[in-house]
Write a protein that binds this ligand. Structure first.
Ligand SMILES: [Zn+2]
Length: 278
């Protein structure tokens, strides 16, 4: 039995629970921004989506990313199957390529109207915290996994590289959505490499120009390379408004709303909100 067969589930669950708890405690000790919505309702909705998405993936997808890497390796599929590299080099290349592909996916979810319908469930959250990192509509979760399977087939990484990538990406999502205050000099240093909470908060601003920036999920390289990097929110972290202009109500905290909103007619921001949003 391989390491992955034996320990995959337990490592994933422990990493998720460990980082979640750590972020939740740090949010209480060093909060960055005052909440505008009661925490209980939001947490119920966001955590329910985690459960629904886990079930949806198991029901809908015949195979998940790590399994696909094994399957692809058995057939010699993907870029990395054609070259002979040491394992560590293969892991680094796979990681960087997959991270770039996830960046591209995130841009697509903003630019393609039908995809945005689902991704806006994530953006409608009016506070940001560790639970926002897992707040995705089930359709987005399934489409993301289907896309990840395609990426795995194209890149051809070792199953262990995909496992590592998924665990780190998950941890990164909880970290950069967390409502925590890092010392300014630490933030500045860390964001040369990876996405920090202050950097990602800009992406959740109601200002459209800021929503359409800072798409990176782990390495900040992609935003810098593709010109989508915005260092700080125009209104400052304390005063900036989070979420979407058209949903500054109690609705986004409601689980039923989050499930059905992609299928409802789109609500447009009012003229005044539009004026505020650039
Ligand atoms: Zn986004």
């Amino acid at each position: 039995m391989s390491f992955l067969d034996q320990y995959e589930a337990i490592v994933r669950l422990s990493a998720f629970a460990g980082i979640f708890l750590l972020m939740a405690v740090l949010e209480i000790a060093f909060p960055r921004k005052k909440r505008v919505v009661p925490k209980g309702m939001r947490w119920f909705t966001n955590i329910s989506l985690v459960v629904v998405n886990t079930l949806a993936l198991r029901l809908v997808m015949p195979i998940l990313a790590v399994g696909m890497a094994d399957y692809a390796a058995g057939r010699g599929w993907g870029l990395l199957a054609w070259v002979e590299l040491p394992v560590w080099a293969e892991i680094i290349i796979a990681f960087v390529l997959l991270d770039m592909m996830i960046y591209a996916q995130h841009v697509a979810f903003h630019k393609v109207p039908i995809l945005w319908r689902f991704h806006k469930v994530h953006h409608a959250d009016r506070d940001l915290d560790v639970t926002s990192g897992a707040r995705f509509h089930p359709v987005e979760a399934v489409l993301s996994m289907a896309y990840k399977l395609l990426c795995v087939v194209l890149v051809g990484p070792a199953a262990f590289a995909v496992f590592l990538f998924e665990v780190i990406l998950n941890a990164s999502s909880m970290f950069h959505h967390a409502n925590i205050r890092l010392p300014q000099n630490v933030d500045r240093l860390v964001r040369w490499g990876i996405v920090t909470p202050d950097m990602h908060r800009v992406h959740h601003s109601v200002r459209v120009a800021e929503t359409n920036s800072n798409y990176s999920f782990f390495l900040t390289l992609w935003d810098r390379l593709f010109g989508t990097y915005v260092a700080q929110p125009r209104d400052g972290h304390r005063d900036m408004v989070l979420g979407l202009n058209e949903y500054q109500t109690e609705k986004p905290a409601n689980l039923g709303w989050a499930m059905v909103v992609p299928f409802l007619p789109e609500e447009r921001p009012t003229a005044k909100e539009k004026g505020d949003s650039s």
